[in-house]
Design a protein around this ligand. Structure first.
Ligand code: PGA
Length: 254
């Protein structure tokens, strides 16, 4: 059985002090739910303080982004070797990065490779926009993104990847995909694409999250689906009570 993984992506929210206050309360409340892997992804500047506050706590830490090169003249950027040893996970190819920072599938692939080379587990975001969804292009779009993100990886490396299916029309909109839709894309599209590349055993081992307006009210129905192994959550992950409730509901199913 795949261990469920709930990751809060805080985006450009919370100061280091606010982040520390949150995770201190979070870790005492989620200690009761070891069947769920609980992760927070704070802004870069909060990472050292959050990592310190969570030392020996059952809450993991991820970064929200990394550069596709290990070092160099890239003002304002943060690279895999800088994150290595600090965080366990790193979000790659979030739709906001693709949309507002012009990230391409090629950059996403380079970032995934560099993350893995430095011992970081990438949470790779894929998902169709509203236009593609409306004209029935979800499946080829998601298949393409999964294949592009994982290009040139060995089966051993792919095991450390988490995929997050995040339909862009659902991210931050309050409009959640139905559990059936999300499950179909996670399973029959994303997992199927991995199976085609790496075989059934690897595909069954990889965790695939859903993301897009997941919250404490809809998580039960989402997590009850066989191919949804967790959620990547934005807005609801900013509020302690909501996020803890999401972990609690998930734990009740696992
Ligand atoms: P949301 O964000 O939960 O606010 O829709 C999800 C995400 O961006 O990962």
């Amino acid at each position: 059985m795949r261990k469920p993984i709930l990751a809060a992506n805080w985006k450009m929210n919370k100061t280091p002090a606010e982040a520390v206050e949150f995770v201190k309360a979070l870790h005492t409340q989620v200690m009761a739910y070891p069947s769920v892997e609980t992760i927070v992804c704070p802004p870069f500047v909060a990472l050292p303080a959050v990592v310190e506050a969570l030392r020996d706590a059952p809450v993991g830490v991820g970064a929200q982004n990394l550069h596709w090169k290990a070092s160099g003249a890239y003002t304002g950027e943060v690279s895999a070797p800088m994150l290595a040893g600090w965080v366990e996970y790193v979000i790659v190819g979030h739709s906001e990065r693709r949309q507002f920072f012009a990230e391409t599938d090629k950059m996403v692939n380079q970032k995934v490779k560099l993350a893995l080379q430095h011992g970081l587990k990438p949470i790779v975001c894929v998902g169709e926009n509203l236009e593609h969804n409306k004209v029935g292009l979800t499946d080829p779009r998601v298949t393409w993104q999964v294949r592009a993100a994982l290009a040139d990886l060995t089966a051993e490396q792919v095991r450390d990847v988490v995929i997050a299916y995040e339909p862009i029309w659902a991210v931050g909109t309050g409009r959640t995909a139905t559990p059936e839709w999300a499950n179909r894309v996670c399973g029959s599209v994303a997992r199927a694409a991995i199976e085609e590349l790496y075989g059934q055993e690897v595909a069954q081992a990889i965790r695939i999250q859903y993301g897009g307006s997941a919250n404490e009210k809809n998580i039960g129905d989402l997590m009850a689906m066989p191919d949804i192994d967790g959620v990547l959550v934005g807005i609801a992950g900013l509020t302690l009570d909501s996020f803890v409730e999401m972990v609690r509901v998930t734990a009740s199913l696992y």
